[in-house]
Design a protein around this ligand. Sequence first.
Ligand code: NAD
Ligand code: UDP
Length: 310
Amino acid sequence: MRILVTGGAGFIGSHLIDRLMDQGHEVLCLDNFFTGHKHNILKWLDNPYFELIRHDITEPIRLEVDQIYHLACPASPVHYQYNPVKTIKTNVIGTLFMLGLAKRVKARFLLASTSEVYGDPDVHPQTEEYRGNVNTIGIRSCYDEGKRVAETLAFDYHRQNGVDIRVARIFNTYGPRMLENDGRVVSNFIVQALRGIPLTVYGDGSQTRSFCYVSDLVEGLIRLMNGESTGPINLGNPDEYTILELAEKIQKTVNPDAEIQFKPLPQDDPRQRQPDITKAKTFLGWQPTIPLDEGLKLTIEDFRSRLRSS
Ligand code: NAD
Ligand code: UDP
């Protein structure tokens, strides 16, 4: 099949491309390199079944493809808040153009949505039926509301134009290739511990997250794309940790001498997050296989070798 991956030079997109190329597909990687990098897809650049397209999805584009994995959008709060208006444009105008493309060429379209559509949830763990608790005017809204509109667009193109859609609600995902300056918690703590500087815990660290290793997530995305259910379907690892527990785990593993430093909690930071993955288990036969300790080890090794050579 010929498969388009938007945001393919980013963290999740590049791991997805590795899997799709290994499966023998023809892959088009589209990216504007805002948070993505050529080195993430370097090994495919000379492969005749791989094509790299530098393009910003807020502009229209004509391509012929069978499937579209739509991942283009900065995912870290630091990056999506850098230019919030651009984040909204990417989610709304960009998703509109990609759905228009899917409609024209009759491609199956998978949206990389997010657990952020649940906002600061008052239902725990979060099921797909929960409609969320999102602030429309806060600093996270450009991303949260952007993704909510992207989901609405996907379902309206499905109902109105018969576009074959899949919607994944992805929970916190980590692994090799996260940027050093990504700003998300796993990469921040690992880089800080490796550098011997204090690990920055925001608030008192009692807020929770559930961390999914990237290879598990990619498997879930591929199963969703090729299965029968439109979703939305939660994809994430239900093992839940407080942020302080995560800091202590990384401190213990990497550098017991590194201190833990408490910093102010950012506005609208969700208090708790844990996916209910009953649907993913039932409809996709999917559940995560890599425990946090094992995934962290692989991620730490990747950061260690990158920091050594930089
Ligand atoms: P990332 O920032 O590493 O990747 C995003 C990619 O999209 C980058 O390569 C970036 O350059 C590209 N991009 C951004 N704006 C673009 C635009 N206007 N035009 C073209 N390309 C553009 O992030 P990631 O962690 O790989 O996330 C990928 C997708 O998964 C995102 O849509 C994100 O919202 C979603 N997601 C990720 C997580 C997570 O924990 N990593 C959780 C929930 C949802
Ligand atoms: N966080 C933290 N220290 C950091 C970065 C993040 O304590 O250096 C916290 C953040 O406040 C949030 C959690 O870790 O409560 C997860 O943050 P991240 O940005 O990774 O993802 P998101 O908030 O989007 O789930």
